[in-house]
Design a protein around this ligand. Structure first.
Ligand SMILES: *Cc1c(COP(=O)(O)O)cnc(C)c1O
Length: 379
């Protein structure tokens, strides 16, 4: 007989690293007895679309009924928006569920899933939880290294995960670089392009992934309503990709993985172009504000294409993150993601960014207990 229940669990599950979420604002406020601001989870600081909130109110009265399991209306609306056939769309409880479902559909024991160090931790979890081997290349200047990725593909590679922009570093790769990479990858390897921050990117060279989908049978693009649409709490995201893969996933995914409420909210949010526009404008202004602030403080950061900034603070990063929290500013320590000297700051509303910069300045100025910050850590 097995000596403990834990031993019933396969080693590749037991050895998984726990995902470390940002601290919930209510929990921090209760603990500190003060008002806090949360700049830790790349959420939309403007809130959800008011039209989505109204749609939720209307939908919730039907909550005794099971939802439409395939999310037909949402998928049709997405198909119309992106001008692709509806059978190429799949909904998930956030795009993180889709990261997992793709891995489970494709990977068998002995197979390999490829991605980079310093990227979204749920890629590693998904690959390993499917019983496969996680292969990671290094980041180069905080970004995906496509030369290294190309070299790391083996006959056992079945899936490659890429985040664009990358979380947590905020870097972006262009359409030229990505198309070239796709042309060098075998067509029996599925490339998952995670575009969680798609709406925020203003760069003209950002990949036109919908165009690529039309000529690449092995591309899967993931997007979400959690970020620019402000619906992180409702858990709904979508994938666009090979109909054959989606059909297989539909056989084993939870049949009601998105709720009626989430579907109603997503439909309304998709229509509310104004809210996304305002969110993107707030984000652009916030990125500029944080950039200026960090420069004034002589703090090194990575220029970001998302709604967050990766900030190098040196050896005391963890301590600074902790002290910021005790001053009511929740940011994300990056040690658990492999960057012990960095924190990630999500873009907030102007007042929130200002408070973050002010508290950070005070900490760095008045803090004799910190050794001086090493300068020029990056770039
Ligand atoms: C936030 C994020 C997601 C989306 O998460 P949801 O499950 O849709 O809330 C996916 N990928 C990356 C890289 C992210 O940062």
């Amino acid at each position: 007989m097995k000596s403990s229940i834990r031993e019933l669990v396969p080693e590749y599950i037991r050895s998984l690293a726990q995902y470390v979420p940002g601290r919930p604002i209510e929990e921090v406020e209760r603990e500190l007895g003060m008002i806090a601001i949360k700049l830790a989870s790349n959420e939309n600081p403007l809130g959800p679309s008011p039209r989505a909130v109204e749609a939720v109110r209307r939908a919730i009265v039907d909550s005794n009924r099971y939802p439409d399991g395939s999310g037909q209306y949402v998928r049709e609306a997405l198909a119309a928006r992106w001008e692709l056939p509806v059978e190429n769309f799949l909904l998930g409880a956030g795009s993180t569920e889709l990261i997992d479902l793709v891995a489970r559909a494709l990977l068998d024991h002995g197979d390999e899933g490829l991605t980079s160090e310093g990227s979204f931790p749920l890629y590693y979890t998904a690959i390993q939880a499917a019983g496969a081997k996680v292969v990671k290349t290094r980041l180069k200047d905080y970004a995906f290294d496509f030369e290294a990725l190309t070299r790391a593909v083996t006959p056992r590679t079945k899936v490659i995960y890429l985040a664009n922009p990358n979380n947590p570093t905020g870097t972006m790769f262009t359409g030229d670089v990505f198309a070239q990479f796709l042309d060098r990858v075998r067509e029996d390897v599925v490339v998952v392009l995670d575009e969680a921050y798609y709406e925020y990117v203003q760069h003209p060279g950002y990949p036109r992934s919908i165009e690529l989908l039309k000529r690449k049978p092995n591309l899967m693009v993931l997007r979400t309503f959690s970020k620019a649409h402000g619906l992180a709490g409702l858990r709904i995201g979508y994938g666009m990709g090979p109909a054959e893969l989606i059909e297989e996933i539909n056989k084993f995914r939870s049949p009601f993985n998105t709720s009626n409420v989430a579907q109603a909210a997503a439909l309304a949010a998709l229509e509310d172009v104004g809210h996304v526009k305002r969110s993107v404008a707030n984000n652009q202004a916030g990125l500029d504000q944080l950039k200026r602030g960090f420069q004034e403080l002589d703090i090194q950061f990575v220029p970001s294409f998302g709604n967050f900034v990766f900030v190098e603070l040196g050896e005391h990063a963890r301590r600074i993150c902790h002290d910021l929290l005790h001053r009511g500013v929740i940011t994300r320590p990056m040690g658990w993601m492999g960057f012990p000297n960095a924190i990630r700051v999500s873009v907030g509303r102007p007042k929130e960014n200002e408070m973050c910069l002010r508290e950070l300045a005070e900490l760095l100025k008045g803090a004799e207990h910190y050794a001086p910050l090493p300068k020029q850590v990056v770039r």
